[in-house]
Write a new protein. Structure first.
Lengths: 231, 231
DNA sequence: CGACACGTTGATGTTAGTCAACTTTGGTGG
DNA sequence: CCACCAAAGTTGACTAACATCAACGTGTCG
């Protein structure tokens, strides 16, 4: 029996392009894999040997300089696609931020399957185009925004992206959520240092714009001001 | 007669996926358009009404904040694809940097055509995946590199990307080239100010690493050092 | 020849980075 | 259960890098 039958992202991942028979064929070349928080899935510079769908959890994509500076270049959520099909090498690492559950394929197998299923490639194309738009937009933050603007933008982005499918609030954005990032990871995402991130959090708290009930919890108290600060 | 017959990027653009009959059909829905340096093709936030292939020239993709700060988020060269198929709006502007020649399609027409030609979509997918990799890698520069590292990385990148197809030097990179950017545009690409860019150029010249025969001309004198500086 | 956009250079200011001490949190084992 | 420890986060003092403001070249095109 296909594990896809019970897959919670069956209708949101690129698999949604496939009918039951096709899904069975795809299922035959994929397998589930569990990852613990912090566990790497793919290393930067590796031959591109696997691709995957995220079923559960959050993972980061990152690159770094030789002397150890790191930049997070993407964050993936359930139903997102991971890896580099149709290409020889991977240009960034993939690491689980939370415990995660992914559906992995050998890249060669996936490439072959995708080439024979245009509907799947179409979904993947749409996703990739959206991701490119999002990534390009993030470049504005990295290149041109101040530390305050960066953190404000980040929190607003999180409040939108951490919404669970099905469990939507009326507005489509959360006022209260748990970050899947440590302070260091927030810094690596925003192109700042951990100290600067910490100071910006403290500032927002002091100004009554957010509450920080625990290390990773955030409550947005004054969204309007936060939006104004986001630039 | 199809203008594709004389198209210099016929075999490098995504059109290479199509046979002569298909090309004729694509040609029927596209038209050539000339752009002058500085002329915009698409505005940020516009409804996505057109897509295009670059035939000749260099164009920038850019976004900005409301208060006028700008970030260049991509640069496209002959044979590259422009625009946002399968999506309602465009998240960044497209502007010619040099006089340019593009082959434009209405987005709706292109979407329809692409959906019926999986080989075309496949090419587009490959291109989009590569562009995403490149864009993500650039995030490391924006988020984590110093001004010196940024300019060195930029010049090395240019020396590779400005190579004319067919006219390759032995190594595959140019020692001497003409930038398609003003100092301000270099600044917008690197997330710096024009003054900082200017100072970094002067520094590289003083150190004998590059020569600057004219405003936009660059000669790399000491590639090894430049690579070391790129971080 | 002169006007103007583009680029360079210098002086100064501000932001975020660095270095270091200290506090809080959460997990572990006595 | 609580004491202790390591890891994570915060805060402060200081510094460095880049931005800002302003003046001054320089090349280009009518």
């Amino acid at each position: 029996m296909s594990s896809c039958d019970t897959c919670v992202v069956r209708n949101r991942a690129i698999c949604a392009a496939l009918d039951n028979k096709e899904i069975a064929a795809l299922s035959a070349i994929g397998r589930r894999r569990k990852l613990e928080a912090g566990e790497p899935l793919i290393w930067e510079g590796d031959d591109s040997v696997l691709v995957a769908n995220v079923i559960e959890g959050v993972l980061k994509l990152s690159t770094g300089t030789e002397d150890g500076r790191e930049q997070i270049v993407g964050v993936v959520y359930p139903s997102d696609f991971i890896g580099r099909p149709f290409g020889a090498t991977t240009r960034h690492s993939v690491t689980a931020l939370t415990d995660a559950n992914v559906c992995v394929f050998s890249r060669a197998d996936f490439d072959g399957f995708a080439s024979e299923h245009p509907a799947l490639e179409h979904k993947l194309l749409q996703r990739t185009l959206s991701e490119l738009d999002r990534t390009r937009h993030w470049m504005l933050l990295l290149g041109r925004k101040s530390a305050t603007e960066k953190l404000a933008t980040f929190l607003l982005d999180m409040s939108e992206r951490l919404v669970q499918p099905g469990c939507e609030s009326e507005s489509g954005a959360l006022e209260s959520f748990e970050l899947p990032f440590s302070r260091q990871q927030v810094a690596d995402l925003l192109g700042l240092t951990i100290e600067t991130v910490s100071r910006q959090f403290t500032q927002l708290k002091r100004d009554g714009i957010v509450e920080l009930p625990s290390r990773r919890a955030v409550v947005i108290r004054d969204r309007a001001t936060l939006e104004a600060l986001a630039g």
